[in-house]
Design a protein around this ligand. Structure first.
Ligand code: ADP
Length: 166
């Protein structure tokens, strides 16, 4: 059984993430979306529990996708899935530089672990979770950026943020 691991912060999940996950479901037998608790991203908009819950709701349409989280290293996390491949989306040259470095680091820890890249769909090359957070905080319409199922949840969170920071 071929497993893809799609790691990321998913703070929150966007249509760009979902596009990569959906494409993975067609290539792999099983897809594990893993929410990584990233120590460099210190003030997330959503807690890990909220992110897991949102991703679960969004991917429930795919029978071969499961959702998990990890506060450890991806290269260690991946060991539990035999022959698993990490799949990442590439939006721009800047993503490539970072991902190339990450792959070298991961291979140092777990030499068996391969990473594959899917190029971002043209309409999502500009889209990132940070763009969504920024737009939400200023009350912009998130249609076409995030899955419909989680849109109102993001808007509510952004309203709370405006109240606390405004
Ligand atoms: P972000 O960079 O949006 O904060 P993450 O850290 O959650 O996202 O990224 C997880 C993975 O999803 C990375 O491999 C990233 O390149 C990919 N990704 C994020 N946004 C997109 C997009 N719009 N299109 C394709 N891949 C994406």
């Amino acid at each position: 059984m071929r497993t893809a691991i799609c790691p990321g912060s998913f703070d929150p999940i966007t249509l760009g993430h979902l596009n990569i996950i959906r494409r993975c479901t067609k290539i792999f037998d099983r897809v594990v979306v893993c929410i990584m608790v990233n120590s460099t991203k210190t003030s997330p908009m959503f807690s890990v529990e909220e992110r897991v819950d949102m991703v679960k709701r969004v991917v429930s349409r795919f029978p071969n996708v499961t959702v998990d989280f990890s506060d450890g290293l991806l290269a260690e996390y991946a060991r539990q899935f035999e022959g698993a491949v990490v799949v990442k989306g590439l939006r721009a040259a800047s993503d490539f530089e970072y991902e190339f470095q990450m792959d070298l680091i991961n291979k140092n820890i777990n030499p068996q672990l391969e990473t594959m890249f899917l190029t971002a769909s043209g309409k999502y090359t500009f889209l990132s979770s940070s763009v969504v957070r920024e737009m939400a905080r200023y009350g912009a319409d998130l249609t076409g950026l995030v899955p419909e199922e989680i849109k109102s949840e993001i808007e509510i969170k952004a309203k709370q943020w405006r109240r606390n920071n405004g």
